[in-house]
Design a protein around this ligand. Structure first.
Ligand code: ZN
Length: 277
């Protein structure tokens, strides 16, 4: 089976033009991931691309099998993950085209499986132990600094830090919800950032979120509110340069064996009870 060391969870715009991509179907104890995994090479590094919403974007955020996605990447050898996603800006200065690399996250989702350690047996009968990982700092500090450097190298001044609030969706926020999010001091709002980071931490994967602002959220603008078409247009206009940033970040990430961040020892020696792939 093809192997990879770095994973990118994002749209097809990030790998579809690569010359030599191998499509790999991966099954997991949690079911099928969003789609096949596409393995290719970027800057001499083996990279696994996984379309978060599936090819053709058929999966809404609340129906993505996040556990299968992270498990599948790890089973291919991935230990560092870059997670680009589209978000709404919660402050006027974070307008469309802003690249923000968050350092904090707030979970306002409702229905998602957010742990591998839920006490239920896997299909093979093994039962995970009860394990509590720290998510105080949800994102890999090394990955963040490399992503920020990659953006600056492409003349795209990023916002360094901020809080991503993740809502259940698929609807956008009401004005009242959006104003409340702003009043908390949060920076951007999205629908897919959780539970990706939490699950990555449980598998001792480095996870870095790169958020691209596609619109100002309902409380931060004065017009009709967000439309899906606007989001897609802004994303399309920025996908080339975001791809450049991701590829430079891939090139800058440490080798798997040289990671020295908090993610590596996330389980702190706790026995997970299930064999990690
Ligand atoms: Zn890390």
């Amino acid at each position: 089976m093809a192997n990879a060391e770095i994973g990118v969870i994002g749209g097809s715009g990030f790998y579809s033009f690569l010359d030599d991509v191998t499509e790999v179907q991966v099954d997991t104890p949690y079911g099928a991931p969003s789609d096949s995994v596409f393995v290719g090479e970027v800057a001499g590094r083996r990279v696994a691309f996984l379309p978060r919403h599936g090819r053709g974007h058929h999966l809404p955020p609340h129906r993505i099998n996040y556990r299968a996605n992270l498990w599948a990447l790890r089973s291919l050898g991935v230990r560092q993950v870059l997670g680009p996603c589209a978000v709404g800006g919660l402050r006027p200065e974070f307008g469309p085209g802003t690249l923000l690399v968050p350092d904090q996250m707030v979970d306002r989702t409702r229905t998602r499986q957010q742990t591998f350690f839920d006490g239920l047996p896997l299909p093979d009968g093994t039962v995970p132990n009860v394990v509590h990982v720290s998510l105080a700092d949800p994102y890999c500090p090394t990955g963040r600094s490399i992503a920020l450097k990659a953006a600056r190298g492409r003349d795209w001044t990023p916002v360094d830090g901020g809080t991503l609030v993740v809502v259940e969706g698929p609807r956008f926020s009401t004005r009242a919800e959006s104003l409340w999010h702003q009043a908390q001091g949060w920076s951007v709002v999205g629908m897919t950032g959780h539970p990706e980071a939490a699950l990555a931490r449980e598998l001792e994967l480095c996870y870095t979120s790169l958020t691209l602002v596609t619109d100002l959220d309902a409380g931060a603008e004065t017009g009709e509110g967000v439309s899906h078409d606007e989001v897609l247009q802004v994303f399309a206009a920025n996908v080339d340069r975001l791809r450049g940033v991701l590829f430079d970040a891939v090139a800058g990430l440490p080798e798997t064996g040289e990671r020295d961040c908090l993610c590596v020892g996330a389980l702190g020696g706790m026995e997970p009870g299930i064999p990690l792939p």
